[in-house]
Design a protein. Sequence first.
Length: 546
Amino acid sequence: MSNSSSKSSEGFSNGLTSSDVDVVVVGAGFAGMYMLHRLRMCGYSVRVFEAGTDVGGTWYWNRYPGARCDVESLEYSYSFDADLEQDWEWTERYSSQPEILAYAKHVADRFDLRSDISFETRVETADFDESTNSWRIQTSDGGATVSRFFVMATGCLSSTTLPDIPGIEDFEGTTIHTGQWPKEGVQLKDKRVAIIGTGSSGVQAIPVLAEECKELTVFQRTPQYTIPARNEPLETARQVDVKSRYREFREANFAMPQALGSEIPKFNDSIHDVSEEERLRRFENAWERGGTLFMSSFNDVLVDESANEYAQDFVREKISEIVEDPEVAAKLTPEHIIGCKRLVIDTDYFATFNRPNVQLVDVSGDPIQEITSSGLATQEKDFEFDVLIFATGFDAMTGSILRVAITGRDGLTIQEKWSAGPRTYLGLTVPGFPNMFAISGPGSPSVLTNMIISIEQHVEWISDCIRWLDTKGASTIEALPAAEDDWVDHVNAKAERTLFPGCNSWYLGANVPGKTRVFMPLLGFPGYVRRCNQVAENDYEGFVVQ
Ligand code: N01
């Protein structure tokens, strides 16, 4: 353990110079920022590597029009510092991307984080050296860093994917992915714009794009269930009230399955046990209230297919009421299980298809064949436009980890280890990769929760673990294969009791051709936290410590 953030230098046999730190962290989003701050507070030296030019992670990259969080702003914020909680003023019920990015920058300023972050620097390789029990990390700037611990804080939705359609590079107009939106913005006025994809990013962007551009053509492969966000300015009285009891408010949210929404009415009864009138009343209330907790109107909407059908029917009815042209409404009407692809919340999504400058093209039966120099072609028709937007999502949860060439014990690479899908212990660690941690990794609640709260729980567990190792005088911690096997079974068993495995979602990796189909996040935040705490209290059971 060291007391300063810059340490000694040594020569590498390949001529590179290196600097030593206690911990290398990859990524300066909310996870990397708090990991840095927390480790510093514990007296450790840290170097963070970040590909972007500033902090913010997902909120740095996803600058597309309409980008906004789907967790309420008073909840989607750090809870670790009471003064920060009191000082920052949120302006809307759901924060926009610019406001969240401004918050991330404020946190970086407030805790002087940037001095230990190397921006515009990608981690390319990370190798565990068994002779010194340390990690050697090589970066895109040609540098190398040796550290005792290696933390991947790379985010769950940061590795963008483009569809496997020929000709993308032939398009002569502007091509953009929503997850890599240019900082300087894109001029859309008077432009013919096309967008492929109707997940959360597409659904948020489409209404705003339609307002800005001349013509918008939406290429939809799977229609989307989406619930109104009902975003609005945050009432001062609400903010003052929550701030007057922030600890209690946070504690109540920590006890929720998704670590959010404690003040939303909760129902623990089956949809089959109530009258039709009550069923419709609850769904209508949830629709009017807005937000993702629509699915919590009953206890069985995500576990029982016949219960789920009632929720599907309710949203389908809403689509037919909002969309004026019955043919367009039919194309926008989903048939799959509601909620097994991540439920989206929107502002005026369905109503946007009533606009004269918006055209919906259903490519489910007539897929896009190729991108051409002036647009794209399906089997049946050619389309021309000036700007092509890919809202086609991410190689979720594992993509950013697998993009780094990580080699653990005995030359085992993470790519080999996860060739049949990700396997972890607690979603934090991987046997064969000592002293390596993944924040919100596969097998942890992560994307099924308020991410910032899950991030804080992981950061605190990791820093406590490192401190414990030092008090023991131990140099390595490594998950045992048996603990990993049990954990993978536990994650799968939880998912199999629900309808989540029932459709082609990114939760399963089904959006990436060739990716093994495994349900990656763990359901249930409070039980997970109890388990992590129990592991620590039992001297890190499931690990070998040396
Ligand atoms: O990505 P997605 P996303 N031809 O994978 C379509 C978080 N997020 O960026 O469903 C035609 O959900 C694909 O079609 P299909 C949030 O967790 C949060 O929208 O595979 N279409 C789908 O419609 C979210 O869930 C926020 O048939 C093609 C779309 O592209 C996650 O990020 C905001 C195609 C991809 O949807 C990912 O959302 C934004 C092809 N060849 C994102 N290939 C908030 O906080 C793919 N598609 C609110």
